[in-house]
Write a protein that binds this ligand. Sequence first.
Ligand code: BMP
Length: 356
Amino acid sequence: HPTLTAPYAERADHAVHPLTSYLFRLMDLKESNLCLSADVQTARELLFMADKLGPSIVVLKTHYDLIAGWDYNPQTGTGAKLAALARKHGFLIFEDRKFVDIGKTVQMQYTAGTARIIDWAHITNANIHAGKDMVRAMAEAAARWKERIHYEVKTSVSVGTPVSERFDDGEEHGDEHSSGDGDGRKGSIVSITTVTQSFEPVDSPRLSKSTTEGDEVLFAGIEEPPADRGLLLLAQMSSKGCLMDKEYTQACVEAARENRSFVMGYVAQESLNTAPNDNFIHMTPGCKLPPPDEEENGEIEGDGLGQQYNTPAKLIGVCGTDIVIVGRGIINNGDPPSEAERYRKKAWKAYLARLE
Ligand code: BMP
């Protein structure tokens, strides 16, 4: 596994995908390899958690379809608000949608419909059981999305202008949007703001590297993420009795290598970087720490519904993942921001130990 002992900063320099490169740099800068799985009940709680825990994390993982009161308005809704918090604190948004269908359907689910995931989620993921062509379909959709963003920036049309007035490329841009807060405006692309607005620097001792370079305000020494979208392949799962076999996982590895400009890496339980030039990023759920007063080498109990847990030390240090994904371990704690810091420190320590 060629990437196990390479520092994240070094892997940033060699990453094919611009967003992977950005994420590795963000990890290095924030000294964090923690992703929060923000599986809370309401949009209000989601935004609260994103704001409070933002300084500790590099990725915020959502399941938009389990959030009550998700506001679909492209300019003022939950996706737009999350995107603003992502800019404020410097983290990427990962919608854990686990797309699985024929390519055409997946393209539509990814870019249109109610949630318009592509507009606010930097990263999403796919289960390739239906065949790897669907990865190419999503890559094409993301490339079209990027072209629109570039066009938007070049012509500096203001945010909030109806898409139908901004583009004349014969594509449907979801102008039928009706589930927002009803301000009568037609749909527009939330992520335009990602490109045109600047970060609000955050006051935190660990993130004291905020600087201004030229006209650009840099958050914690890093610019805004590139206007790219990335995909993680769901190669292995944490749940008991998971039916994803070795052959399926290997098919994910092949699909990743064939789509390096769109696939950032994997959701998996171990490192799948086996070839010398593999530099994919790995994110791993099923992560929990024992309470602070208990021994860390003890078993961590599952949730009784099939979820199985490992510690950050094992997942990062032994299994070789890059980012641990933690949900209930943090959210169900009485003090989520402190608990997130406890996880961040443990996971970062495991990474530093791996480098030695
Ligand atoms: P928790 O840490 O509370 O067990 O949450 C884990 C999160 O990661 C959930 O959002 C779940 O959907 C997701 N997940 C997982 O648990 N195992 C996988 O293999 C893939 C996942 O996306």
